[in-house]
Design a binder for this molecule. Structure first.
Ligand code: MLT
Length: 203
């Protein structure tokens, strides 16, 4: 996968794995990573799917309707890539925290839905429920931050609440931060993610 890796100053800080939104690149969330944990190593990924020239992490059939087979295959591809990158860049595979926005939050969430202990935690900006009707892996005490919009036209409040509930039922410790700016990732939402990150005692 195309990616960028930047070595952080604090080897104990979690490595942040960045997943951009539709039409983004591996560079998009670098400023956000700097707000959340400036001392962390950063691995920014670029989605392998092209939709009308826009990069994504998996195919969709229409807005909000995912191609489930592709989602499953791409989720495995990302998981395998994380294993490989941890060897290549010598970061602690068990100390990786995802930061994703929109389509990127959805693939990061799909990783959590399919593989146990694939991440130490996750910051999901405007995620949706990636799949329904499957049994989730044990996520006991896994910290997850969800940034959501009470007027998000792509992800309804009902879907955000459903996602929070599914993750909690799997044992995760979920914090939902609500804003009222639609699907946007605002500076105040980034700030809330940064405060939450500090509260986890990872640094
Ligand atoms: C998706 O397709 O992952 C969601 O609809 C979010 C987006 O628009 O990328």
């Amino acid at each position: 996968m195309r990616h960028i890796f930047e070595q952080g100053r604090d080897p104990k800080a979690p490595t942040l794995v960045l997943f951009h939104g539709t039409g983004g690149t591996e560079h998009d969330l670098l400023p956000l990573a700097g707000i959340i944990s400036p001392e962390s190593s950063v691995l920014g990924l670029r989605g392998n799917v092209l939709e009308n020239g826009m990069q994504r992490f998996f195919r969709r059939l229409s807005e909000g309707v995912f191609d489930e087979d592709d989602l499953i295959a791409r989720t495995k591809e990302v998981g395998d890539f994380l294993d490989q990158a941890a060897g290549q860049y010598d970061f602690d595979r068990e100390n990786a925290v995802a930061v994703g926005y929109s389509n990127g939050a959805n693939i990061a969430c799909s990783l959590l839905f399919h593989y146990p202990k694939v991440l130490r935690g996750a910051i999901l900006h405007h995620p949706m429920v990636p799949r329904r009707g499957i049994e989730l892996p044990d996520m006991t005490a896994m910290p997850i931050f969800i940034g959501a919009g009470s007027n998000d036209p792509i992800c309804s409040t009902k879907e955000t609440e459903e996602l929070g509930q599914l993750l909690r039922e799997a044992g995760a410790s979920v914090s939902v931060h609500w804003e009222h700016y639609g699907h946007q990732l605002t500076p105040s939402e980034a700030q809330a993610a940064s405060v939450w990150f500090r509260e986890q005692g990872w640094l």
